[in-house]
Every structure is written in C-alpha cells, then in structure tokens.
Write a protein that binds this ligand. Structure first.
Ligand code: NAP
Length: 235
C-alpha cells in the first residue's frame, strides 16, 4: 500500500475512518472527508499519526461542488487517486436515501475518473450492505436495502464500462458503529446469540476493502464480497 492515494467518503468516523486508519498504517496517503470540518480535523489528526502527508476536506457527497473539491484536492496534492472508497450513506427519507446512497455514489465515481485514470492501479470500492440481499418487513430498512442492492448493479455496470479500473463492492453485516447502534447497543450479547455470530468491527470491513484496492489484486472486478462473519445464503 506504500504511497497509494486513498480518497474515502464519509471517513470522519465508523467504517470510513477504520478504512482510512488501516490504509494509513499500511503506508497509503489518505484524503479524509465528511460533511463537517471539525469531524474531518479530528479524524485527520488520527490518520496523520500513521501517514503524515494525508489531507482532509469537507465533502458532503450530495453536493456537486464538494465532490469536485475533493477530486481537485486529490489531483493538485497527489496527482491522482489510486483507490476511491464510496462509503457515504443516509437512512433518512426515501428520496434522500436514493440521492446519497445511489446517485451521489454514481456521480462521484464518474467525476473521479480523470484522477483514477492517472493511477496505474485505479480501483473503486463501493460500500453496499448485507441488507441488499435481505428484504425486511420494516419499510424504511427495506428502502435502505433497495438502495444498497442498486449499488450491486451499479458496481457491475461500472466494472463493465471501465475495464481499465477495478470496481468492486463490500456488503457488511452488522458492524459496531453509530450508524447501526439502534440494532445492537445495550444488547450486544443478545444480538450475537440470536445471529450466531459476533458483531463486526470496522477493521473487519477495512481489511477487505484494502484487499480489493491492493494493486496486486488484479483479476477481480464487478464483484461484491459479503463481510458478515458467517456464510451468507447467497450462492
Ligand atoms: P457512521 O459510523 O454513522 O459514519 C458515518 C460517517 O459518514 C460519518 O463520518 C459522517 O460524518 C459521514 N457522513 C454522513 N453523511 C454524509 C454525507 N452525506 N456526505 C459525506 N459524509 C457523510 O456509519 P458507518 O456504519 O461507518 O457506515 C459507513 C457505510 O457502511 C455506509 O455506507 C453504510 O450504509 C455501510 N454499512 C454499515 C453497516 C453497519 O452495520 N455499520 C452495515 C452495512 C453497511 P459527518 O457527520 O461529519 O458528515
């Protein structure tokens, strides 16, 4: 990972920060980003302990000007992006979920192409979710899952359109972050016993993302790896 340039959306906390820290520990430089400058600053401080040349930028993925600023920062500071990690998501109302989870992901992937094409190992990793495979009775969770299922299709589509890059996705199970705490906080043991698997840590996902983005992982594109600690029902 030495010297690789990672641009990671929503990396001020949770899985995004976990990916940023693991990449930094393995020698990458990271562009840390989220909607809030103070959040970016504190995350960047942590990342710079391992990778002093890393930088931060405010990037609300739903805002075109913010996305453009992130790509321009990558080009002016590092001359390229080696790994673009599309990690931002919303669980708000349906239209917002589609805007952030799907449309913004698609747009940033396209807008970052000039920077990715300057890399000799350009790679995109999309954060989907196990919920992509599991329709739920709860309507909002089901809509969230639908946006994450659409990302699986987008991943294949982009991989077909962009054979010069790798485009893959990860679909995590329940990972212990603020995003998912409604599902487990205060009843970790109960949830673990019911599902038969421990709750995931951000590092569980981060290491799979790094595997997919690694320059030596050359012969895989358009695929999704489920990261849920147990075999999924998907064949
Ligand atoms: P998290 O802990 O809640 O972190 C969310 C991060 O996103 C924060 O840094 C937040 O920072 C940033 N953010 C929120 N909205 C944003 C936007 N519109 N633009 C840019 N940044 C934004 O969430 P997480 O659990 O790490 O989730 C990360 C990804 O993993 C998501 O795509 C989620 O769907 C997926 N996932 C999570 C789980 C899980 O169990 N946790 C399971 C499957 C999939 P600011 O507030 O500073 O913007």
């Amino acid at each position: 990972m030495e010297g690789l340039v990672f641009a990671i959306t929503a990396s001020a906390s949770g899985i995004g920060l976990g990916i940023a820290l693991e990449a930094a520990k393995q020698g990458a430089v990271v562009i840390v980003s989220s909607r809030n400058q103070a959040h970016v600053d504190s995350a960047l401080e942590l990342v710079r302990r391992h990778s002093p040349k890393s930088v931060g930028v405010v990037c609300h993925v739903g805002k075109a000007a913010d996305r453009q600023r992130m790509v321009e920062l990558a080009l002016t500071t590092f001359g390229r992006i080696d790994a673009l990690v599309l990690n931002a998501a919303s669980e708000a109302q349906v239209s917002k979920m589609w805007e952030i989870n799907y449309t913004a992901t698609y747009r940033l992937a396209v807008e970052a192409l000039p920077a990715l094409r300057k890399s000799s190992s350009g790679s995109i990793v999309v954060l989907s979710s196990i919920s992509a495979y599991e329709p739920r009775e709860t309507r909002m969770i089901s809509h969230y899952g639908a946006t994450k299922a659409a990302l699986l299709h987008l991943t294949k589509q982009l991989a077909l359109e962009l054979p010069e890059l790798k485009v893959n996705a990860v679909a995590p199970g329940i990972i212990k972050t603020r995003f998912s705490e409604g599902l487990w906080k205060g009843r970790e043991k109960e949830v673990e016993e019911a599902s038969g698997v421990r709750l995931g840590e951000v590092e569980d996902v981060a290491n799979v993302v790094l595997f997919l983005a690694h320059p030596k992982t050359t012969y895989i594109t358009g695929e999704t790896i489920i990261v849920a600690g147990k075999p999924s029902p998907r064949l």
